[in-house]
Ligand binder design. Structure first.
Ligand SMILES: [Fe+2]
Length: 277
């Protein structure tokens, strides 16, 4: 099973650039072209928040226009730049969402369960695992205890060392960890928000943050570094699951995938099977 993760495209209204600099629409269009050309066979594409920059309906219309060529199931959750009502209106054709409150949902894909967990707090940059969401999560996991599961959310429930982002990560991470402790089928926790490829563990499970198809939050690990961004190579994550005799729920391997066109493929071996010297 192949589950791709795109995050934080930050689409603006047509003709506008994020922060006056980043042409996020062109970046997302390049990601869509890349996915259509190289990853058309994936089982689902998770989009882990900040679909747009200011939560405006015209931004969502622009976003939908750009991703229209993608034919695989698209599974979006909001980020802090999204606004729940406009977000829900935009993505309702792809997913069934609750009429009010947090916009979390579950999608089963093959043998897997993808838990798309809305971590946002309306009007705030940080996230939060409130009691309501945690009980929803516990029910979603209890209902399919035998399914290998990904939990996806926008705000990472762990710090990265980039201080200005760490102060706006997912609040009540301890509560989230407490729920996951009871559900060993959750194999990995994946997030966005930091616009960088980051790996750690959370509650004893592999955990990661995917990069953006547009701008990256600068790798500024000094305390009090100002909030800045760089135009680094854009990317996405590809989470591949397969059964594994050594692990009861199988194994995910996460590939970091740069978006672009690159020279290749070049063979390692010649026609006789000899390593090319
Ligand atoms: Fe973002």
């Amino acid at each position: 099973m192949l589950i791709a993760q795109l995050t934080d495209p930050h689409i603006r209204a047509k003709g506008e650039r994020a922060y006056g600099i980043v042409d996020t629409a062109t970046h997302l269009a390049a990601a869509v072209d890349f996915i259509a050309a190289n990853l058309a066979h994936i089982d689902a594409l998770m989009i882990t928040g900040d679909l747009v920059d200011f939560g405006e309906p015209e931004e969502y219309a622009h976003f939908l226009e750009i991703v229209a060529p993608l034919a695989m199931p698209l599974l979006p959750i909001p980020g802090n730049h999204d606004r729940r009502e406009a977000f829900a209106d935009a993505v309702r054709k792809w997913v069934q969402l609750p009429g009010s409150g947090h916009l979390s949902f579950v999608r089963d894909v093959g043998p897997l369960r993808l838990v798309m967990l809305d971590s946002t707090v309306p009007g705030k940059p940080h996230g939060l695992m409130c009691a309501d969401r945690l009980s929803w999560l516990d029910r979603a996991l209890s209902a399919a205890a035998d399914r290998p599961t990904i939990v996806a959310l926008h705000h990472p429930p762990f710090v990265t060392g980039i201080q200005h982002m760490d102060v706006q990560n997912c609040g009540n991470a301890d509560g989230l960890a407490e729920v996951l402790t009871n559900h060993p089928q959750v194999l990995t926790v994946v997030a966005g928000h930091v616009h960088r490829s980051v790996f750690t563990s959370f509650c004893g499970r592999p955990a990661s943050i995917a990069p953006s198809p547009a701008h990256a939050v600068s790798l500024a690990l000094c305390p009090d570094a100002p909030p800045t961004f760089h135009l680094e190579p854009p990317g996405l994550h590809l989470h591949r699951w397969q059964p594994d005799a050594t692990q009861p729920f199988g194994r995910f391997v996460t590939h970091v995938v740069p978006i672009g066109t690159f020279p290749g493929p070049h063979p390692f071996f010649d026609a006789s099977g000899k390593l090319i010297g």
